[in-house]
Design a binder for this molecule. Structure first.
Ligand SMILES: [Zn+2]
Ligand SMILES: [Zn+2]
Length: 325
């Protein structure tokens, strides 16, 4: 199965994997030694279960599912998941809970995310913040254990002062890079109205908008401790990983070698990233030593991403994104 979970002890910080991301489905796992959280559930239940298994997580041991918003590419597993694993609570804003709950077709253990206040989910402190997107109450999140923070921003039409405020100081970021403007412009399949929705202030972030935010957070903050940047929610036909990579490299400039960059895909989970914070590096290093012996791992975050399977071996994931649970 997944030997690495027994081979090292995570001394500080936590782990993060985007199980899959794209316009057709999104889900991520955030896990500390004592708490596992699924962020969004936008694939088939079977795919989520398989992808959780690939990173050593059993679904019934999840401490909660955290929802960003109600769109089906973030929630489509919930009906089957709740019938299969009713013990796992769902955390959502009151408005998102109402909309998703109406269509769920299954009882769920709902927990309402407080407005303008943080809350605890197991070992994590969670802060939510509003995001401009065409949903009833879309949220971004910062999840913290100790001093280590992960910021999640997916499905946002533009970057606000509030978003900048919350994502500043994070050690890892998962940010939407949805489309390349030239590819979207040249696309002949989408009706004009759909293009306007995507481009609009409540649609999605382009590569340029997302990387401008990254530049601001990293280059304009001398104290930035960003270790990992994960890009996600790429449009399958109006974006490419190559375009995102080029844009990210330009945005990070001389800081590129200090930040591990990973582009999440629709078809398979990202490596399980171990986010320890630079201050926690020595402690985490003890665990890495064992991982190094096992699989070969060099020290910088970037290298950790480039040699992901040396950190945590993953199971290949079978089946289609939309197969039934
Ligand atoms: Zn959405
Ligand atoms: Zn989405």
């Amino acid at each position: 199965m997944l030997p690495a979970q027994d081979n090292y002890r995570l001394v500080s910080g936590f782990e993060f994997s985007v199980l899959g991301s794209g316009s057709s489905g999104n889900a991520s796992l955030v896990r500390s030694p004592g708490t596992a959280i699924l962020v969004d559930a936008g694939m088939s239940c079977r795919q989520i279960v398989r992808r959780l298994a690939a990173v050593g997580q059993t679904p019934e041991k999840l401490d909660g599912i955290l929802l960003t918003h109600e769109h089906s590419d973030h929630t489509k597993a919930l009906g089957v998941f709740c019938r299969s694993y009713p013990e796992v609570p769902i955390y959502a804003s009151a408005a998102t809970r109402r909309v998703v709950g109406e269509n769920l077709g299954a009882a769920a253990d709902w927990r309402i995310i407080p407005k303008n206040a943080g809350f605890e989910l197991g070992e994590f402190g969670v802060t939510s913040f509003p995001v401009p997107h065409d949903a009833v109450d879309p949220l971004g999140f910062v999840l913290r254990t100790g001093a280590v923070a992960l910021g999640i921003l997916t499905d946002a039409g533009h970057v606000t002062k509030t978003i900048r405020h919350h994502l500043g100081g994070c050690h890892a970021l998962f940010i939407e890079t949805n489309y390349d403007p030239a590819l979207l412009e040249a696309d002949h399949h989408r009706p004009w109205q759909v293009k306007q929705r995507i481009l609009g202030p409540h649609g999605h972030l382009s590569n340029q908008q997302a990387t401008a935010l990254v530049r601001e957070l990293v280059l304009e903050d001398a104290e930035s401790e960003l270790e990992f940047l994960v890009c996600g929610h790429l449009s399958s036909d109006c974006n490419t990983p190559e375009k995102v990579s080029a844009q990210v490299a330009e945005a990070l400039g001389q800081r590129e070698s200090a930040v591990g960059v990973c582009i999440s895909e629709r078809a398979e989970p990202t490596p399980l990233l171990r986010i320890a914070g630079r201050a926690g590096g020595a402690e985490a290093g003890a665990g890495e030593g064992r991982a190094r012996e096992a699989g070969g791992l060099s020290g910088s975050p970037a290298a950790r991403v480039r040699e992901p399977l040396g950190v945590v071996a993953q199971q290949p994931v079978q089946g289609d994104l939309f197969d039934a649970c």
